[in-house]
Design a protein around this ligand. Structure first.
Ligand code: PRX
Length: 631
């Protein structure tokens, strides 16, 4: 592994070209990077490639058609295996079905469906024909879905009647119907519906069963190469403003990053490992480390539809035991949940097959790290804490098994080929080991193949959001520090993005959802520390006195407003608390001082209030809380 570091250090672009050449290119590239239009980068631009071919055909042609690609475990207990040959066959049929529906190169296809094999087949079929998928997590509400469909201008929606979650059928088609009501998604021509839960659905003129479309389609489909910079997918994520951003990834560079990091960070030996990443495909982790990375590497992997507690908290451990999983990748929130449940549940299972454990999505506190390593890993596994983002496309900072000893709580070092730094407010580099306060803003200092290529439909927003704070550097939005050995510790977001159970939410987005309710005059949302979910949503609202004349009690108001946020965004954004206040703390220039609200939400004494326009506001909020009227 130390070879990779020195190779990348000596010839960074040569290193990336070599990683890219591990993939199959329909037309080889001669140029590695063009950054002349910075911050817009082109990687491997004169080459042509097909992502689906790399994930499927290539392995089958190499004689690995019988290797298991997917070990699917449904929540109710059903299971199904797909070999690479079977997955290819299904994907070819799906590609032909999409073509028959008029989907072509560059068309956007929204996918709103559970973690079942058909969803992966749908993604690979869309990619195969050069269309662009936009997967929307099934936990988003119909309204959030509608906004994403319309922003992407999707021509087709692929959904399911429902998916199983917590022992129940979670309806999805109904949400699509709701989103499309009154022609509110004018670009959508057809909706393909996968049957999963057998929940009754209304099929209208533009609806078509997935199974009918597939069975009518031929299994012959030759994948052609697309330009390396051809768009592969859009994935919406929350930023600092109210409107989610469509993060755009293109084909050659993204696939290079996903495949290289998946193999390197998890020390993958595809011929013998059984890999399992618990992420949903609605998030970037599901794109890079359930679909593109593992399949491009010919891995055998488990996918599980449901939640870890259904029917009992043993579920995940039963799955690891059943399939003899060797590599396991999950989020700290899940680990902390299991810590609370207790190690006895885990101890009932044989997890000795595990050898690598990964963590992603939020900082992992050393206590959770040790528990993960000891109770799940039986003290014999390597633990890798992987830092990256929707925008980076693949892992940027992580330990590499065997390269050096991993350190509890630290993300550690940039991967070979990736150049990161920490700078102070003025953009000056923070020097590792300079003193114990070696902290600042985390930046990525040179372009990398799987970097986002832009924000869908908004090139200015791309420049402004990521490249303007420290010119010439990508600013990730996270704070970080070096320890005395030069290892990187991630300190969390420094902007108004919060992380709840690893899900990325924008305080501004929740605030705008709240003020859309006719009772709410103003809202301020903060992320308050939470033992399990890392952060929790706490909202402070000022009510419109004229609108609430005959409104219910404050407790009922809080409940109604929480449900309102669920309707507007989805259950992941549901506030833990809604606190009705008369005023919000603002500076003289009118900026809400969230820092003070966070103090209140976390039960700390309120910090310095001297910059407030009205310094009595905080005492009023405190007095209110002590009355005990929160929710
Ligand atoms: O704050 C960082 C946190 O998650 C953010 C990115 O969120 P998202 O785009 O949803 O992608 C999550 C999965 C890659 C980052 O800005 N984050 C992610 N991984 C870590 C992390 N924080 C600390 N340690 C990590 N390993």
């Amino acid at each position: 592994m130390s070879d990779l570091y020195s190779q990348a250090k000596n010839d960074r672009l040569g290193f990336w070209a070599e990683q890219a050449r591990h993939l199959h290119w329909h037309k080889p590239f001669s140029q590695t990077l063009d950054f002349s239009k910075a911050p817009f980068a082109s990687w491997f631009a004169d080459g042509q490639i097909n992502a689906s071919y790399n994930c499927l055909d290539r392995h089958v042609l190499a004689g690995l058609g019988d290797r298991i690609a997917l070990l699917f475990e449904g929540e109710p207990g059903d299971s199904k295996k797909y070999s690479y040959a079977e997955l290819l066959n299904e994907t070819k049929k799906a590609a032909n079905a999409l073509i028959a529906l008029g989907v072509g190169e560059g068309d956007r296809v929204a996918i709103y469906s559970p973690l079942i094999p058909e969803t992966i087949i749908a993604m690979l079929a869309v990619a195969r024909i050069g269309a662009v998928h936009s997967v929307v997590f099934g936990g988003f509400s119909s309204e959030a879905l509608k906004n994403r469909i319309n922003d992407a201008g999707a021509k087709l929606v692929i959904t399911a009647d429902g998916g199983f979650r917590k022992g129940k059928a979670h309806e999805l088609k109904v949400a699509v119907d709701e989103a499309m009501k009154d022609n509110s998604c004018p670009t959508v021509e057809k909706v393909l519906v996968i049957k999963r839960t057998n929940t009754p659905v209304v099929m209208s003129e533009h609806d078509l069963w997935w199974s009918d479309a597939i069975s009518a389609a031929s299994a012959d489909h030759e994948a052609k190469g697309f330009d390396a910079e051809h768009p592969l997918f859009i994935l919406y994520t929350s930023g600092t403003t109210g409107k989610p951003k469509g993060i755009l990834h293109t084909t050659g560079g993204y696939l290079t990053g996903a495949a290289y990091t998946h193999k390197t960070v998890f020390d993958l030996h595809a011929e013998k490992d059984v890999y399992w990443c618990t992420a949903d495909v609605g998030w970037i982790t599901g794109h890079s480390y359930v679909v593109y990375g593992p399949l491009a590497n010919g891995a055998t992997q488990v996918i599980y539809e449901g939640t870890p507690d259904t029917p009992t908290f043993s579920r995940w451990w039963e799955i690891i035991e059943k399939y003899k999983v060797t590599i396991f990748y999950t989020a700290p929130t899940a680990i902390r949940t299991f810590m609370k449940v207790g190690k006895e549940v885990v101890a009932r299972h044989d997890l000795s097959s595990l050898r690598i454990l990964g963590s992603v999505g939020e900082p992992i506190n050393p206590e959770a790290w040790h528990w993960y390593s000891k109770v799940i890993g039986g003290d014999h596994c390597e633990v890798v804490d992987t830092w990256w983002q929707t925008e980076t496309g693949s892992i940027m900072i992580s330990a590499i098994p065997g390269a050096f000893k991993s350190k509890p709580g630290a993300a550690q070092r940039a991967l070979p080929g990736i150049t990161v730094g920490i700078v102070d407010e003025a953009g000056n580099p923070v020097i590792p080991g300079s003193d114990e306060k070696a902290s600042g803003y985390l930046t990525i200092d040179e372009p990398w193949p799987s970097m986002l290529r832009g924000v869908w439909g908004d090139p200015e927003r791309f420049k402004e959001t990521y490249w303007s704070k420290f010119p010439g550097k990508y600013f990730a939005g996270d704070g970080a520090r070096y320890d005395e050995e030069g290892d990187i510790w991630i300190l969390g977001r420094i902007d108004d993005v919060i992380k709840v159970s690893g899900h990325r939410l924008s305080t501004a987005e929740i605030e705008s959802a709240l003020v859309e309710h006719h009772w709410v005059a103003e809202a301020a949302v903060v992320g308050a520390k939470d033992e399990i979910t890392e952060q929790a949503v706490v909202a402070f609202v000022i009510l419109r006195q004229d609108e609430i004349a005959d409104a219910p009690s404050e407790t009922d108001i809080a409940k109604i407003l929480k449900d309102w946020v669920v309707k507007k965004i989805g259950p992941i954004a549901r506030p833990r608390e809604i606190i009705v206040v008369a005023e919000l703390p603002k500076t003289r220039s009118g900026k809400i001082m969230r820092r003070l609200l966070r103090d209140v939400a976390e039960g700390r004494p309120v910090g310095d209030v001297t910059t407030l326009a009205d310094s009595t506001v905080m005492s009023a909020i405190n007095a209110k809380l002590h009355e005990g009227v929160t929710d």
